[in-house]
Design a protein around this ligand. Structure first.
Ligand code: GDP
Ligand code: MG
Length: 441
């Protein structure tokens, strides 16, 4: 996908404000990216429409292409949709014992997530947690929770054969109060598909426990189906948040966007592996980058916006077109390069440029050289910087010595300056259709 998108961007090289056509071309690709990431069609359609209105006519930051700029706009809009209200990592666990109900389909990761969250609350919040398995369908499921509990040092409710989920929930509640626990977690049974019995069971348990949090656990790889599951559970049980599991896999996380857009429920945590520590608070930026698969371009645009002051660059370009490219201009350019992560950093961020970044590295053209060149320029007087042509042998010696370098280093810098100046003069002369003129529109 990255490749296809960068292909489109290459064609969109003129700069200025985003035209209708730029936006449409880029958004066609973004739409494909969304669908490939399992965002549902109506959600993708709505989303694209919003972005289209936002993007058209927006000014393009110099040094990035319109396509890149659209991706940044799309990314920010994704983050807006994904971000719920409040702090996703903060569970309501005051007023002990606070019940937390875990629901979801079979195999979505409920039991694992129950234990991960219990460990987190124990370690981060210093809470005493009791976990209870309500999975009466599979005796092995109860064992599974007990084993995880022993592993992380969290108590589990003793298993009593023959009880139904509601009875277990009651016992957990009593035990949590008597035992002085801060939190008790109810890990329910799942089904492969949602059905009336499963929902009824979860509703009965909810009525007994009156949970402070009802977390829906959803497999991040399931895609489209996740939206139906989330809608159904929320309608019938009422959920306070979603946990997306298996985000360590190949899934793109599009389900997250659909779920947010359709149910409005906040995503709270993300499961990123089978181990007990493999859980993170949900970060919309990360998932947005993943859905687009274009995280690098987003950071490139952000950096460009941070470091380049459009006005300053424009002034410089005007001077350069007249062939007045002096050492101060060169220094500004070198400094901008360093700010943007140096040559390698910049190229590494551009799709398809990774190889070139490596060549640059091998050629020894790194930040150190940029800094040396800046030091040489700093060693010049004001007059010398504005008119580098006055640099004769004695001045050169003084400048090189001042910067702790050789005259040959200074000669290299001057050669580079001359070549850049020549190139810019040529581009400036191309007249109205010239590259630089067009870039300044
Ligand atoms: P439940 O049926 O909903 O209780 O699901 P389980 O908690 O038993 O999890 C089913 C399987 O998914 C187990 O093998 C877990 O180790 C695995 N699993 C759960 N969460 C994650 C995750 O975030 N990443 C990965 N890679 N595996 C997970
Ligand atoms: Mg389970």
């Amino acid at each position: 996908l990255s490749e296809r998108l960068s292909g489109v961007f290459d064609r969109l090289t003129k700069q200025g404000a985003l035209s209708d056509e730029d936006v449409k071309t880029a958004l066609r690709e973004v739409r494909v990216a969304l669908l490939e990431a399992d965002v549902s069609l109506p959600v993708a359609r709505d989303f694209i429409k919003t972005v289209q209105e936002k993007a058209t006519g927006q000014a393009v930051t110099k040094s990035v292409t319109p396509g890149q700029q659209v991706v940044k706009i799309v990314h920010d809009a994704l983050v807006d949709v994904l971000r719920g209200e409040g702090d996703p990592g903060k569970l309501k666990i005051d007023n002990p014992p606070a019940p937390i109900l875990m629901v979801g389909l079979q195999g979505s990761g409920k039991t694992t997530t129950t234990a991960k969250l219990a460990k987190r609350m124990k370690e981060k919040d210093g809470k005493r947690v009791l976990m209870a398995s309500l999975d009466t369908n599979r005796p092995a499921a109860m064992e599974q929770l007990a084993i995880l509990g022993a592993q992380i040092g969290v108590d589990t409710l003793p298993i009593v054969k023959g009880e139904n989920p509601v009875q277990i929930a009651r016992r957990a509640k009593t035990q949590a109060s008597l035992g002085g626990y801060d939190v008790y977690m109810l890990d329910t049974a799942g089904r492969l598909h949602i059905d009336a019995e499963l929902i009824q069971q979860a509703a009965d348990v909810r009525d007994v426990a009156n949970p402070r949090e009802t977390l829906l656990v959803v497999d991040g790889l399931t895609g489209q189906d996740a939206v139906n599951v989330a809608t159904e559970f929320d309608d019938k049980i009422g959920v306070t948040g979603v946990v997306l599991t298996r985000m360590d896999g190949d899934g793109r996380g599009g389900a997250a966007l659909s779920m947010r857009a359709v149910t409005g429920k906040p995503i709270r945590f993300v499961g990123i592996g089978e181990k007990m520590d493999a859980i993170e608070t949900f970060e919309p930026e990360r998932v947005a980058g993943r859905i687009l698969g274009m995280g690098d371009i987003v950071s490139l645009v952000e950096k460009a916006q941070e470091t380049i002051e459009a006005e300053q660059a424009e002034k410089m370009m005007k001077r350069m077109m007249k062939g007045q490219f002096n050492m101060n201009d060169l220094r500004m350019q070198l400094e901008q390069m360093i700010q943007m992560g140096g040559m390698q950093g910049m190229m590494g961020m551009m799709p398809g440029m990774g190889k070139m970044a490596k060549q640059v590295e091998e050629a020894g053209f790194d930040d150190k050289i940029l800094k040396q060149q800046i030091a040489l320029i700093q060693s010049m007087t004001k007059k010398e910087r504005a008119n580098p042509q006055i640099l004769q042998a004695s001045r050169k010696k003084r400048i090189a010595k001042g910067a702790g370098m050789e005259v040959s280093d200074l000669n290299k810098l001057m050669k580079m300056h001359r070549q850049m100046g020549d190139m810019m003069k040529k581009m400036g002369r191309m007249g109205k259709g010239g590259l630089l003129k067009q870039a300044m529109k």
